[in-house]
Design a protein around this ligand. Sequence first.
Ligand code: GLA
Length: 673
Amino acid sequence: MPIPRRIIACVTAGTLWTGALGLAAVGAGVATASQAAAVDNGLAITPPMGFNDWNAFGCNVSEQLIKDTADYFVSSGLKAAGYTYVNIDDCWMTHTRDAQGRLVPDPVKFPDGIKGTADYVHSKGLKLGIYEDAGTATCAGYPGSLDHEATDAQSFADWGVDYLKYDNCNNKSDGTRADFLRRYTAMGDALKATGRPIVYSLCEWGQQQPWEWAGDIGNLWRTTGDISDNWGSLKSITDANLPLAAYAKPGAWNDPDMLEVGNGGMTDTEYRTHFSLWSMMNAPLLIGTDLRKATQATMDILLNKDVIALDQDPLGKQATVLSSAGGAQVVVKQLANGDRAVALYNESDQPQHIATTAEAVGLPASGAGYRVRDLWQHRDYQSAGSLAATVPAHGTVLLRVGKDVHALLDPALVDAGVGGTALHIQPGKGADVTATVTDLGTLPALNVAVKLTAPNGWSVRPKGRTSVVALAGGNTLTTTWHIDVPAGTDTGTYALSGTVSYSGVGAHAAVSSPLSGQVAVAVPPPAGTSYLSDLPWESASNGWGPVERDTSNGETAAGDGHPITLGGTVYAKGLGVHAPSTVAYYTAGGCTSLSATVGIDDEKKNSKGSVEFLVLADGKQVADSGVVTSTTGGHPLTADITGAQVVQLVVTDGGDGNDSDHADWAGAAITCS
Ligand code: GLA
């Protein structure tokens, strides 16, 4: 993760933002968790739920926004669903303290002050949160609380504040853990001394492995740098936060940052993954979108009570990763009533079949099978023990599974998907794909019928039977479908969708389950040698901003990079990416070699940037640059890709987080026959 420019601008001193997990070693003389006072404030027994303005509004916070949000919490059902805290982030105050050294709310933004705003929020049965910083100034440059802890905590208590997010900009730190403990303990003690119950949220971005010590000081702690509203950010934060499960417990939670659901930078599938995984990870559920403009799809996600129940489960156990391979992850959470929540999470860019069993997720054996509730479909099924689905790219199938003999009356869980060998089709050509439906239940599925649809203008027809009167438990209906893609179709990935309809042997109405698959419409490169930046890619994912053609990565908008420069040499051609990144090209078995000069762009010379460049041919690694850093310039890289259908250019973060990882595939070219 790069250092946001906004923060660079306001940093005055100190070691800021390692952005890396597991990077800093514990220094000598560091206080241990047992030496620190336990927070013991009786708050956040389940993860806090509410709203924070930062992700959607930045510095444009106001009393009106907070009041409108509180009103909306009540009218929309968010309050009833458990959302309680309406939180103000940075920029709420004036630039100077008053004559008594107290913070002053901006009188234009907050005409009734924080006190008046808190009174209003409280009158709605809700709670108010605020933001300060364990440094000389906040990240946006307003007065910080360092060395003013007692005064500021008292102001918060006097105003009726119920929650403090405590940031880490301008911290004057010597970078030791002891200093972080000192600064964050000082405010924790000051809050305690006021006698008002105030949830204490530490926001030091995971710099000093706060999961190891913050549980004794506060109620939650950020584990990473800031989230941003894109898939790369969501994926890397999830990967960083999942392994920290052991540190979470009632009153003390890992905080992978606020929600981006509804902000427009991700698909609804990705936002459902976001909400599913945040709930599985016992993350605070702090809405970060403009609720006054929220769509129905956004509200359906935020109000999913089945999913919220996982986050708020009284056992308070963060989910752990049971298995992970090729981006297909099985994530499991133990629940207070003995059930298990199971996320079949596909972090890859293609649909994946993901499977586990009730036994593997920790449930006792059951001859009568299990009740399986699909928490996004809001429907109950029965399984004899298998839990499986074909999950769309970046999607999550979220199940709640328990031993339950009565589930035999529910329709059988089915595992339906579209796969087969020909998932690449060239424009103007056709290919076969295979749809399968497997009954995972104990009893048969009746009147099973499969329908497959392709994008408008394509033709899709079955080459075999598409229905069966009874599909016994454990059996599979397989149908081959022929798909023709019209000439002139743009390259890219296209969703195939469909449904499987069937009924159970109980008296239930027919159910219909979605069937998902994906076809890549792709044109192989021409014969000879071509620059990759002149060819259409099949898919591209990138840590920050889009992948750039012929410039470096500028982190945000398309086209915001600079000429690709490595070790003083400027390259006219190439790809500019930011770790973690994968760019895939369809090569149709016709190419032989790939070559590039790779490295961290000179624009990040001597920064923390470090990455590793890999080339994969049909998933198999065929080239590896080793770790390259911002001081090492360009490195030649060649790969033998003979016969591969798909070649992927992958950049990983080099092991120290994604800070400044501006990675160039300079002059990247491919040779085909
Ligand atoms: C930091 C925090 C963010 C936000 C901003 C406000 O970047 O990590 O969550 O509070 O400061 O300036």
